[in-house]
Write a protein that binds this ligand. Structure first.
Ligand code: ADP
Length: 588
């Protein structure tokens, strides 16, 4: 096309219908290898000018009545064109010779006048100059076209770049949405919707595992551009894809399925494309890393034109993002199920723990009374029949009393494992201490102990708990007294948010290496010579810690002991501490 035009660019069109001017001019030009064509009329000349020419040699008489037509053509020339006309004047007196030709010059623009009679040298030089000028114009046109072509290519490339950029952005955005979506039912529509949009497909179907019916077989789970029901009806038996067919994890293009032999995946995609009247179709296996294929992303076009490489890449990238998101969603669903199962178990456990604690609480309280009855009646029997010769009975009775004491201590300990609540009002430390001193009055009297105390505060603790604390600490002071008359002093002082209680004695004292050990359950530093169960201090520790406090001893052998414990002043804090202690199962 271009070559053909170029041949036309150098031709000289001659319009000189009267006489032999045309023939002569053509002959002169042909001798110089300049191609010329003789035109029959102005219309004929214009029809050739439109196709392209180097110059036109026109006899002025031929222009009579045709100037307007030529002028119109000149006006319509593109910007680069300034067509060179050569007008032969001085013809046979028509319209006044040169003067008439000069009138025509302005409307035709680039005009050279040649006066007749024509001399071949003049004609050749004028024609050659016109052809050179015209050649430069064509050159300019070529440059303009080249610039336009480069510009258009650049803007096309820019548009492609823009599209790619937009696709990447959408893909990233979709990726973010996918990674945040943990629900499979919302995830698959998002994947298929994005896949169809981004690849410019008309239809999209996500095939996923049919775990219920038959694992290892993919069925349409979600569609775009077609309803799932229609897809299933149209596909019939071809709606089922064997996972094995895609184990190679290869993307299948139905437009490239002419090659033989076809794999089972190729056949499967070809069948689907046929049933859904898709001209173009790609099937991308959805797989993450080395894991198995978890689905197929099938995208199709109803019209002609293959998917671009970019669209395929987008689909593949989407499929791998979808695979990760699907894996995550599945893991999340499994974890969620497990969490729910554990929560059910935890609640059941909590209920049964609560029941157990309640039972321990009631039992520890209600069994104390019958135990006291057993102990006191046994002691009554022993005192009544003492000296009546039955040592064996006395021994038996002492076993009974021992056993009762042990059971009583264990019941006290089980009380500390039971659920405790905060009292509705604070407990008076002094009142509880008085009650404890009263309950221990027999042994206090027997030991000749002097028990004194400072003013004690009111504290947020169940009275039974505080009773157990004082009972065990003062009872121990009496049990582990030294030779000197026993003095026990109870005091309390405020320290920031706590009360610090102290029970001081001048007893036998405890070596430093046992200071922690003695709070362990059944940990005793003495044998049978001093009766005891090794539970008392363990009970004290549990009660104090349950309320958010601490207990410790400061002591040296022979220098007496000071047992100190703290209790928070604020009931809210105690409440929080109790809840935390219960949550930890009573182990801090
Ligand atoms: P128990 O008194 O029944 O043996 P506890 O748990 O009350 O059990 O005490 C643990 C051990 O701590 C005791 O066996 C004793 O050796 C020591 N102990 C407790 N209180 C005192 C005290 N006030 N003075 C000296 N030793 C004590």
């Amino acid at each position: 096309m271009v070559e053909k035009n170029e041949a036309l660019w150098t031709r000289v069109l001659i319009l000189a219908p009267v006489g032999r001017d045309a023939e002569l001019a053509s002959w002169v030009l042909s001798r110089e290898q300049i191609q010329s064509e003789i035109c029959s009329s102005v219309e004929n000349l214009i029809s050739r000018l439109v196709l392209g020419a180097g110059t036109a040699l026109i006899a002025d008489e031929a222009l009579n009545g045709g100037v307007a037509l030529l002028e119109a053509w000149v006006k319509n020339q593109p910007a680069w064109s300034d067509f060179p006309f050569i007008i032969l004047t001085g013809g046979r007196g028509i319209r006044g010779g040169v003067a008439g030709s000069l009138e025509m010059a302005p409307p035709l623009g680039n005009v050279t006048l040649l006066e007749r009679p024509l001399r071949s040298v003049t004609l050749l030089s004028v024609v050659k100059a016109a052809l050179r000028a015209r050649a430069r114009q064509y050159e300019t046109r070529h440059y303009i076209q080249e610039i336009q072509r480069v510009e258009s290519e650049r803007s096309q490339a820019y548009a492609r770049e823009e599209t790619a950029h937009a696709q990447v952005e959408v893909l990233n955005h979709v990726g973010e949405i996918l990674s945040a979506e943990m629900n499979l039912d919302s995830l698959l529509p998002a994947v298929i919707g994005a896949g169809t949009d981004l690849s410019g497909a008309d239809l999209g179907i996500f095939f996923a595992e049919d775990a219920v019916e038959e694992p290892g077989r993919f069925v349409p789970r979600c569609a775009s551009g077609i309803t799932l029901e229609t897809a299933a009806t149209l596909l019939g038996e071809d709606a089922f894809i064997d996972r094995q067919a895609f184990s190679g994890k290869r993307v299948v293009h139905c437009s490239r399925l002419e090659e033989v032999p076809l794999t089972s995946a190729d056949r499967c995609v070809k069948a689907i494309a046929g049933k859904l009247s898709m001209q173009q179709c790609i099937a991308v296996p959805v797989t993450s890393g080395h894991g198995p294929v978890s689905g197929i992303l099938l995208l199709g076009r109803l019209g002609e034109g293959p998917f671009s490489i970019r669209s395929e890449r987008v689909a593949a990238s989407l499929a791998s993002q979808a695979a990760i998101a699907i894996d995550n969603a599945r893991l999340f669903a499994t974890a969620e199920k497990e969490r729910q199962r554990l929560e059910t178990v935890r609640q059941a456990l909590q209920r049964s723990n609560e029941e157990l604690r309640q039972f321990a609480y009631v039992a520890s309280h209600d069994l104390q009374e019958p135990l006291r009855t057993v102990a006191s009646f046994t002691e009554l029997l022993v005192s009544k029949y003492r000296g009546h010769g039955s040592e064996e009975a006395e021994e038996c009775a002492s076993f009974i009393v021992d056993g009762v004491e042990k059971m009583s201590s264990l019941l006290q300990y089980s009380y500390t494992t039971a659920a405790k609540t905060l009292p509705t009002e604070p407990t008076s430390g002094e009142q509880i201490l008085d009650e404890v001193i009263f309950s221990l009055s027999a042994s206090i009297q027997e030991s000749g102990a002097a028990i004194t105390h400072d003013p004690l505060p009111e504290i947020w603790i169940e009275s039974r708990s505080l009773t157990l604390l004082f009972q065990n600490l003062i009872g121990n002071a009496i049990k582990y007294r030294a030779e000197v008359p026993l003095q026990v002093h109870v005091s309390a002082k405020a320290a920031d948010a706590d009360w610090v209680f102290s029970v001081r004695d001048n007893g036998i004292g405890i070596a430093a290496q046992y200071h922690e050990r003695i709070f362990g359950i059944f940990k005793r530093l003495h044998g049978k010579e001093i009766p005891g169960t090794g539970i008392g201090l363990a009970i004290c520790q549990r009660i104090v810690e349950w309320h958010g406090g601490k207990i410790w001893v400061e002591s040296q052998p022979g220098a007496g002991s000071i047992f100190r414990f703290t209790l928070p002043k604020e009931p809210q804090r105690i409440q929080r501490e109790m809840a935390e202690f219960a949550a930890l199962g009573g182990n801090r």
